[in-house]
Design a protein around this ligand. Structure first.
Ligand SMILES: *[C@@H]1O[C@H](CO)[C@@H](O)[C@H](O)[C@H]1NC(C)=O
Ligand SMILES: *[C@@H]1O[C@H](CO)[C@@H](O)[C@H](O)[C@H]1NC(C)=O
Ligand SMILES: *[C@@H]1O[C@H](CO)[C@@H](O)[C@H](O)[C@H]1NC(C)=O
Ligand SMILES: *[C@@H]1O[C@H](CO)[C@@H](O)[C@H](O)[C@H]1NC(C)=O
Ligand SMILES: *[C@@H]1O[C@H](CO)[C@@H](O)[C@H](O)[C@H]1NC(C)=O
Ligand SMILES: [Fe+2]
Length: 439
């Protein structure tokens, strides 16, 4: 029995031994890039579960490996779930990058290094024609478009990704392990091109703390609202959630509104608008949509569009603001469908002309692209849309956008259900930008 006893002891210990193998708490994971808005820069963000240094080692593709190195900081993020899980979010800003040069990098510390990734420093010329992938509502479960996006990104089809709110479903769940898993899932995209974001309703837990802590967008609003330039576009990212989660502070709504006004004013200074004629906004919840749910965008008096009168003081909406400052294109998500609108303002269609609605449109162009794929699946449309609804699809998919030059912007919709088929496309052509373009 001595022998058997030893076997028992061994077998009994085995699970313990396995469990006591310490995880490598200093190993970097969840690597992702974002652009600071300053030409020649890129932020690398990642996570470790123990505190380590924050270092990015990098070099030119084909050059001497890791000939350069930059240091940054880590902030402790304590999730507010029961377990109060702790993690360190590392941020390193690379500066002085050579526009259009390809770099190879890894990140971490002497406690552990990530895999090797590469990226291209953004071309900072206003005649550059950036290519974007656009989508919202991509989850950890049922991420229908993810594989296609991974492959296309790695093939070099995009310069930037815009994720228009609603991540993971939800980042805070399972004590933020769903957030970790989602950030690991998108690493295959986000470690190669800047992954630019705005918050959605699914990020609301604990006052958007997972969102605010995990991303590194420009400005000092914890990624809630910011703007940046690329090619001939000025891109504004905003939180529509300030209209809904008043419990986190009505003052946020007003702070954002004032900031938007100032940013739009600045972007409209003649010398600025001449250089960056396209003003493009991205926010999670649309002002208009023809889905058959009861969401804000289905209502004539949408909060996002018209503001709220039940607050003290009343809260201004965004439609008038964007119209007055000549916003060209407004990108939204939240509805798990794709919808393109004719140029619209005040619930009325303002086509450029009947034959060419998007040539010199007389109002902003809205696109709703929230069908990337998540556990809530897709939404349904109301059978009788209003006159502003131009094209609708309930296929899973995402959008592509290219800002060609001062006059031409291209948009198309990819259906994942139809094996990557482009099911819709438009050219927006504008000889004139700004509020005078509406006249
Ligand atoms: C590393 O992180 C784990 C998990 O948060 C924690 O239990 C452990 O105490 C940490 N170790 C050090 C040396 O900080
Ligand atoms: C940036 O793009 C512009 C427009 O395509 C091009 O003329 C320029 O050469 C590019 N810059 C670099 C450094 O390649
Ligand atoms: C929610 O977070 C924002 C951004 O940090 C902050 O300004 C606001 O005061 C917070 N609200 C509450 C109720 O803590
Ligand atoms: C706008 O243009 C489209 C496409 O020609 C057309 O179907 C729609 O009726 C037009 N709307 C108005 C109000 O002219
Ligand atoms: C802008 O881009 C479009 C589409 O490629 C092209 O047809 C047009 O000629 C360009 N305009 C200028 C001024 O280069
Ligand atoms: Fe949403």
């Amino acid at each position: 029995m001595r022998c058997a006893g030893a076997v028992w002891a061994f077998l009994g210990l085995a699970p313990l031994l396995v469990m006591s193998v310490p995880p490598i708490w200093t190993q970097p994971e969840q690597v992702h890039l974002s652009y600071t808005g300053v030409p020649g820069s890129m932020v690398v963000t990642w996570t470790t579960f123990n505190k380590t240094e924050s270092v990015v080692e990098y070099g030119f593709v084909g050059g001497r490996p890791f000939e350069m190195s930059s240091k940054g900081d880590a902030t402790l993020f304590v999730d507010s779930g029961k377990e109060k899980r702790r993690m360190f979010i590392h941020r390193v800003t690379l500066r002085g990058l050579k526009p259009t040069a390809a770099y190879v990098y890894h990140c971490g510390s002497d406690g552990g290094w990530s895999d090797v990734f590469y990226f291209t420093a953004l071309n900072d010329s206003s005649s550059f024609s950036p290519r974007f992938a656009l989508y919202g509502d991509l989850g950890n479960e049922n991420p229908q478009s993810l594989a296609r996006l991974q492959k296309e990104t790695q093939q070099g089809m995009y310069d930037v990704i815009l994720h228009i709110g609603d991540f993971a479903y939800d980042m805070d769940e399972d004590n933020a392990r769903i957030g970790d898993e989602f950030m690991r899932q998108i690493q295959s995209i986000a470690a190669y091109v800047p992954y630019m974001t705005c918050p959605g309703n699914h990020e609301n837990a604990y006052n958007f703390s997972n969102y605010r802590n995990r991303f590194s967008m420009p400005g000092n609003t914890e990624s809630l609202w910011y703007s940046w330039n690329l090619g001939s576009a000025h891109i504004i990212s905003l939180s529509t959630e300030v209209y809904f989660y008043l419990k986190f502070g009505l003052e946020l709504l007003f702070r954002q509104y004032e900031w938007l006004k100032k940013d739009l004013e600045e972007a409209n200074r003649p010398e600025n608008r001449a250089q960056r004629p396209w003003i493009i906004t991205m926010g999670h919840r649309p002002m208009y949509c023809s889905d058959d749910d009861q969401d804000d965008c289905t209502r004539f008096d949408s909060y996002v569009r018209l503001g709220r009168t039940d607050t003290k003081p009343p809260a201004p909406g965004l439609e008038d603001l964007f119209y007055r400052y000549g916003v060209d294109v407004e990108l939204w998500a939240h509805e798990h469908t794709y919808e393109r609108l004719w140029p619209v303002y005040g619930d009325k269609v303002y086509n450029g002309s009947f034959e060419q609605p998007y040539v010199n449109p007389k109002a902003p162009v809205h696109i709703i692209t929230g069908s990337a794929g998540c556990r809530e699946r897709t939404d349904r449309f109301n059978p009788n849309p209003k006159g502003w609804s131009a094209f609708r699809s309930t296929d899973y998919g995402y959008s592509r956008m290219q800002v060609f030059n001062a006059t031409h912007l291209y948009l198309e919709q990819v259906s994942d259900d139809q094996d990557g088929k482009v099911i819709d496309s438009i050219w927006v052509v504008k000889e004139k930008h700004g509020v005078s373009a509406w006249l």
